[in-house]
Design a binder for this molecule. Structure first.
Ligand code: ADE
Ligand code: ZN
Length: 337
């Protein structure tokens, strides 16, 4: 391991774009299937991994929603989240802001409460046993209606103290942010912060809509912002963070190769970009793997790595005192190395 690789691993980092259902490793999928007496259409975990070849976002989502079917009980959601947190600890993730998709589960008659109780029990354990802090973000599935999203928002209200923000994920094309303008307004009125996936497969205009109509604090992905110079200038000026997921972008063919990825250019232009895993079990890597892939293909420098780690803290929903404490820890690791 060279010095930069060591720094990538050791520097404290926040992860801001991780779908907890996307951390379901094939081994755990088999364990949960057995526990819940569910028959999987695969013989073993290796066969599952071989099936993970995607040509775009939708081909991935079809397999991803099928995988989530093994999640049934509070313990299942706990085990899923705890496995992710143990893995995050290895990468020196000090803070994580996790997405969950309640509609994927409530549609299968798993209670909202079952999902949130399992996830939050693991997050509490992570704070106490692993020293990882967290926030939880509820995502509405954008291929469903706004009416369905309103139902989900209503289900979330009794658990308001456990959920920091609402977001928007699933198939982007044909499901613009404007479709969810009213439900996001209602969520903001209830005190939730907002984020949205935009400019992953969808056009730059969807990023404008997310900013103007949903009043998001960050854009998830957002890599297609470069198609609109005025938008790039605004993102820079206002330091609106982009939670970029490099390995995901390659697996889902947003860019052909990592050499063509625009994250280094965005960083050099002064945008607040961060590196995240998206759906690590499906895209072949956690946060450090994503950093390594960018470092190798794009020649990230030591200063780039430090900036990306600091951006991840700045872009989080932590308060200023918590951000200062983590930035201080980053400086300590940097000065030591
Ligand atoms: N759900 C899980 N991963 C996603 C992604 N990358 N884009 C949209 N929806 C998702
Ligand atoms: Zn995502």
């Amino acid at each position: 391991m060279n010095n930069i690789e060591k720094l990538i691993k050791e520097i404290p980092k926040a992860e801001l774009h991780c779908h907890i259902e996307g951390t379901l490793e094939p081994e755990l999928m088999f364990q949960l299937a057995q526990r819940n007496k569910i028959k999987l259409p695969f013989a073993n975990p290796e066969e599952v991994r071989r099936a993970y070849e995607f040509s775009n976002l939708q081909t991935f989502l079809d397999i991803y929603y099928q995988g989530a079917n093994v999640l049934r009980t509070e313990q299942d959601f706990y085990d899923l989240t705890w496995s992710y947190l143990l893995r995050a600890k290895e990468d020196n993730i000090c803070h994580t802001e996790i997405f969950f998709d309640p509609q994927t589960h409530t549609e299968r008659d798993v209670a909202f409460e079952t999902v949130i109780d399992g996830i939050t029990r693991a997050l509490t354990d992570a704070k106490n046993k692993l020293n990882i802090s967290s926030n939880l973000i509820l995502c509405f599935l954008r291929h469903l209606s706004e009416e369905e999203a309103f139902k989900t928002l209503k289900q979330a209200l009794p658990f308001k103290d456990k959920i920091t923000a609402v977001g928007l994920d699933s198939g982007e094309k044909g499901n613009p942010p404007e479709k969810f303008k009213n439900v996001f307004e209602a969520a903001r009125a209830e005190g939730f912060l907002t984020v949205a996936h935009a400019g992953e497969e969808g056009p730059a205009d969807y990023i404008w809509q997310a900013l103007d109509l949903l009043e998001v604090r960050r854009i998830d992905h957002g890599v297609r912002c470069t198609e609109d110079e005025a938008l790039v200038n605004l993102l820079k000026e206002k330091q609106i963070p982009l939670t970029v997921c490099p390995l995901s972008n390659i697996k889902l063919r947003v860019f052909k190769t990592m050499h063509e990825h625009n994250i280094k250019k965005l960083l050099e232009r002064g945008l607040c970009v961060t590196i995240n895993s998206d759906d690590a079990a499906y895209f072949g890597g956690y946060v450090v793997d994503n950093f390594m892939a960018c470092y190798q293909a794009l020649n990230l420098t030591r200063d780039d790595i430090i900036q990306l780690a600091k951006n991840s803290i700045q872009a989080s929903f932590l308060d200023d005192a918590q951000k200062s404490a983590y930035l201080q820890k980053i400086n300590e690791v940097v000065e030591k190395g």
